[in-house]
Design a protein around this ligand. Structure first.
Ligand code: GLY
Length: 397
C-alpha cells in the first residue's frame, strides 16, 4: 500500500452507524476518514426510523433491551446537538406507538408482549378496540385491542443520515467517497484499507461499520470476520392527505398472520409502511409479493390507505447477527474495531453506538454498558472458555 492519507481513525462504511462513530470521534479531537461510495446511503435510505425499544421487545433479548433503552433516552439531547452541529433537523417526532391486534391469535400475542413488558418494568397500557379507535379513528372496526406505548417515537433516517454527513464534515472528518477494496493488516495489526480507486488509507485504528457488508470485506482475517448477514426488508412510502386532520397521529403496528407490519406517519405527510423480513442473501429486488403482503396487512389495519398515492417502493438489507444484537468495540485483531450487526435497531442504537465507539477509540476501554456486545463473544476463544466454565466440576479433576 502506498498511503496517500493517514488518520487516527479510518471508518469503513458511511451509513448512520459509521457516520455517528466518525462524528463523535472527530469531536474528541481524533483525525477521521470515512470510506464509503455514498455516505449517508445504505439501510438508512430504506428504514422507517421507529425508535421502538418497547414495542419491538422480544423474549431472550433483555440485555439488548438495556442498550436500546439507553439509546432511546439519549435521543432528545443527541438530536438537539446534531441540529446545532449540522443545521439540519432530522425529524425526531415524539409521537408514541400503538400496537394493535386484529384477531384472537394476535390478541393473545399482544397480551404476552404486554406481560413481558410489565415484567421488564416498561411503560405500556392495554386498550380495548374502542379505545384504540378513539386514539386513531382510521383504524379498522375489527381491531380487538392494543398496547399504547407513549415512549416509542420515530425519526426520519434519511434526514438523520444527511445531518450526520454535514456534522461529520463540519467536525473535520474527511469523507472519501469510494468503496473499500480490502483491509490492510501489517505486522499483526489492522493498519488501514485500500480503496477501490487505488488510494491507500492508513490509520492507527480501523472501525468496520459497513452494515450487512461488514462480513465480507476482503483482507479481514477469518477469526475476526463479523458473523453478519443481510436480512432483506421491503418498505413502501405513501402520501397522506393534508386536509381533515392527521390521517394517523402515531406509529401503528401489528403482527398479522405472523408477519410484522407497521405504519409510520411523518410530519411531512409521508406514510412509511414496512417491512418484510427475508433471508435471501444480497437480493434487494422489490417484489410484487412483498408489496402485496405489506399493502394487504396494512389495509387490514387501516383500510383508508388504499386511497393514498403510493410514491415509493424500496428494499434494504439489515445487518443481522447471530443473537440479533450489535457487535461493538475491539476485536482480537489489534487496531480493528467493529460497529455492526445492529439488525432491526440501527437507527435506534445510533446515539449510544457513537458514544461507545468514541469512548473506546479514545481510551481503549469498552464502557460498561457495551461490554455484553463485544465482538469477542463470537470468537472461538470465548466459546471455548465458556464451555469449560459450563462443564460440571468433576470433568476438571
Ligand atoms: N425495526 C424495524 C425493522 O427492522 O423492520
Amino acid at each position: 500500500m502506498s498511503p496517500t492519507r493517514t488518520s487516527d481513525v479510518l471508518v469503513i462504511g458511511g451509513g448512520v452507524i459509521g457516520l455517528v462513530t466518525a462524528w463523535r470521534a472527530a469531536q474528541r479531537g481524533l483525525s477521521v476518514t470515512v470510506l464509503d461510495p455514498e455516505p449517508g446511503g445504505g439501510a438508512a435510505q430504506v428504514a422507517a426510523g421507529m425508535l421502538a425499544a418497547v414495542t419491538e421487545l422480544h423474549y431472550g433479548e433483555e440485555m439488548l433491551l438495556g442498550l436500546n433503552l439507553a439509546s432511546a433516552r439519549r435521543y432528545p439531547a443527541f438530536v438537539a446537538e446534531l441540529i446545532e452541529a449540522s443545521g439540519h433537523d432530522p425529524g425526531y417526532r415524539r409521537c408514541g406507538t400503538l400496537a394493535v391486534a386484529l384477531d384472537a391469535d394476535d390478541r393473545a400475542h399482544l397480551r404476552e408482549l404486554h406481560a413481558l413488558q410489565q415484567r421488564s418494568g416498561l411503560d405500556s397500557q392495554w386498550l380495548s378496540g374502542r379505545e384504540c379507535r378513539r386514539l386513531e379513528p382510521m383504524l379498522a372496526p375489527g381491531v380487538r385491542g392494543g398496547l399504547r406505548v407513549d415512549g416509542d417515537h420515530q425519526i426520519d433516517p434519511r434526514r438523520l443520515a444527511a445531518a450526520l454527513v454535514t456534522a461529520c464534515e463540519r467536525a473535520g472528518a474527511v469523507l472519501h467517497r469510494t468503496r473499500a477494496e480490502r483491509l490492510v493488516v501489517t505486522g499483526g495489526r489492522a493498519a488501514g484499507a485500500v480503496a477501490a480507486d487505488g488510494t491507500g488509507l492508513s490509520a492507527g485504528q480501523v472501525v468496520l461499520a459497513a452494515g450487512s457488508l461488514s462480513g465480507r470485506l476482503a483482507g479481514v482475517p477469518e477469526e475476526v470476520l463479523p458473523p453478519v448477514r443481510p436480512v432483506k426488508g421491503q418498505v413502501l412510502r405513501l402520501r397522506m392527505p393534508e386536509e381533515h386532520g392527521p390521517f394517523l397521529s402515531r406509529t401503528v403496528r401489528a403482527v398479522v398472520r405472523g408477519s410484522q407490519v407497521y405504519l409510520v406517519p411523518r410530519e411531512s405527510g409521508e406514510l412509511v409502511i414496512g417491512a418484510t423480513s427475508e433471508e435471501l442473501g444480497w437480493d434487494t429486488t422489490v417484489t410484487a409479493g412483498g408489496v402485496y403482503e405489506l399493502l394487504r396487512d396494512a389495509h387490514e389495519l387501516v383500510p383508508g390507505i388504499t386511497e393514498l398515492p403510493l410514491t415509493e417502493t424500496r428494499a434494504g438489507l439489515r445487518p443481522g447477527s447471530p443473537d440479533n444484537a450489535p457487535l461493538l468495540g475491539p476485536t482480537d485483531l489489534e487496531g480493528l474495531l467493529l460497529a455492526t450487526g445492529h439488525y432491526r435497531n440501527g437507527v435506534l442504537l445510533t446515539p449510544v453506538t457513537g458514544d461507545v465507539l468514541a469512548h473506546v477509540l479514545t481510551t481503549g476501554e469498552l464502557p460498561e454498558e457495551a461490554r455484553p456486545f463485544t465482538p469477542r463473544r463470537f470468537t472461538a476463544g470465548t466459546v471455548m472458555e465458556q464451555r469449560v466454565r459450563e462443564q460440571p466440576a468433576w470433568t476438571h479433576a
